[in-house]
Design a protein around this ligand. Structure first.
Ligand code: NDP
Ligand code: 13P
Length: 327
């Protein structure tokens, strides 16, 4: 597989960070934005002032609004925008090419994972998913980061991991796309819940209990939805869950903190920006219901987001569930 050039779609914080990582790994990178004026401004300033201020773009990163053919593609727009993005692009742009899906979310309405959206829209693309504990600011600044890169063919996945690996960015190859995608999407819902625990002043013990029970719930969902629970002990599972559930650098965590402090969801978005858990929570609840998986934490998040219950009420509900064995 030739993997010298890459098109990264999505000029937000994650697209820019992944473009930097690919450039540091020695790739020639085009960073594709939807707005030509923004692409031009970013090129002139050599900085993504809006989404990743302070990071000077690597010389191998070329911001543009017009994509050229590249050896492989990375998609880094919000999960709900992936289908819209793919609709606007000619499917032959991806035919036979590796496409790395890096959004962490499930699609509203269809309940689909990112790679399932790709399969719908560009069936000839070769899907890979990238996930794990990795804040854009850390990756872009060249701080040590490790992620999971999952694909169907072990040799191709290993080649792609090598093409993206740099001195500070270390992708581990894996083969469980379903588990990796579900873990990445679901951790945002649990990060929101953990932020709410902090915002409501419920204490560090409650937050750790929540992380552990979230891990158990995630395992039930992944097992039932066709992933492998062994994936969850890795970077995309435990790694990202602990990061996002304990750090105010996470937008989902910050969103939760504001919820816990009593603010309404519609007022929080303007301050925090994208919080994927808000969109994924109702989808996850539907998936859990459809498959008969007990998912009280996802359920609690949906109830709070929808204004159906306040945090004190859902916490009281969780604490008074029938006692059970810890499995
Ligand atoms: N930021 C992070 O640390 C990490 C993020 N991720 C994941 O990456 C995904 C993207 O997040 P992130 O980059 O942080 O989000 P941001 O809010 O920083 O940026 C979103 C970007 O997507 C663009 N966009 C939105 N809709 C479309 C569309 N229909 N077509 C083309 N471009 C579009 C926006 O363009 P415009 O400015 O024009 O609106 C913007 O450039 C999320 O799923 C997130 O969970 C994963 C790991 C780390
Ligand atoms: O996915 C991330 C870190 O791994 C980024 O988290 P947030 O989207 O919550 O900021």
């Amino acid at each position: 597989m030739r993997l010298e050039t890459v098109s990264v779609f999505g000029g937000g914080s994650w697209g820019t960070a992944l473009a930097q990582a690919a450039a540091m790994a020695g790739r020639q990178v085009e960073l594709v934005l939807r707005d030509p004026a923004e692409a031009e401004a970013m090129n002139a300033a050599r900085m993504n002032a809006r989404y990743l201020p302070g990071v000077i773009l690597h010389e191998a990163v070329r911001p543009t609004a017009t994509s050229q053919a590249a050896d492989f593609v990375i998609l880094a727009v919000p999960a709900q925008a992936t289908r819209t993005l793919l609709t606007a692009l000619p499917p032959d742009l991806f035919a036979g090419k590796p496409v790395v899906l890096s959004a962490k979310g499930l699609e509203t309405g269809t309940l689909l994972r990112q790679s399932e959206i790709l399969r719908d829209m560009a069936p000839e693309a070769i899907p890979f998913v990238l996930s794990g504990p990795s804040f854009a600011a850390d990756v872009a600044a060249g701080r040590p980061t490790a992620v999971t890169l999952a694909g169907d063919d072990p040799s191709d996945t290993s080649d792609l991991a090598t093409a993206l690996a740099g001195p500070s960015f270390r992708p581990y190859a894996a083969d469980d796309r379903i588990g990796v995608e579900l873990a990445g999407a679901l951790k945002n819902v649990y990060a929101l819940a953990c932020g709410a625990v902090e915002g409501a002043g419920l204490g560090a013990s409650a937050r750790s209990a929540l992380i552990a029970r979230a891990f158990a719930e995630l395992a039930r969902l992944v097992r039932t939805l066709g992933g492998s629970t062994s994936t969850l002990t890795g970077l995309a599972g435990l790694g990202d869950l602990t990061l996002s559930c304990t750090s105010a650098q996470s937008r989902n965590y910050r969103f939760g903190m504001a919820l816990g402090a009593g603010r309404r969801p519609e007022d929080i978005t303007a301050d925090v920006g994208l919080a994927e858990g808000m969109w994924t929570a109702p989808v996850a609840r539907q998936l859990a219901r459809d498959t008969g998986v007990d998912a009280p934490l996802v359920d609690a998040v949906v109830q709070v987001l929808a204004g159906e219950a306040d945090i004190a009420t859902v916490v009281a509900g969780l604490m008074s569930r029938p006692l059970k064995r810890e499995d």
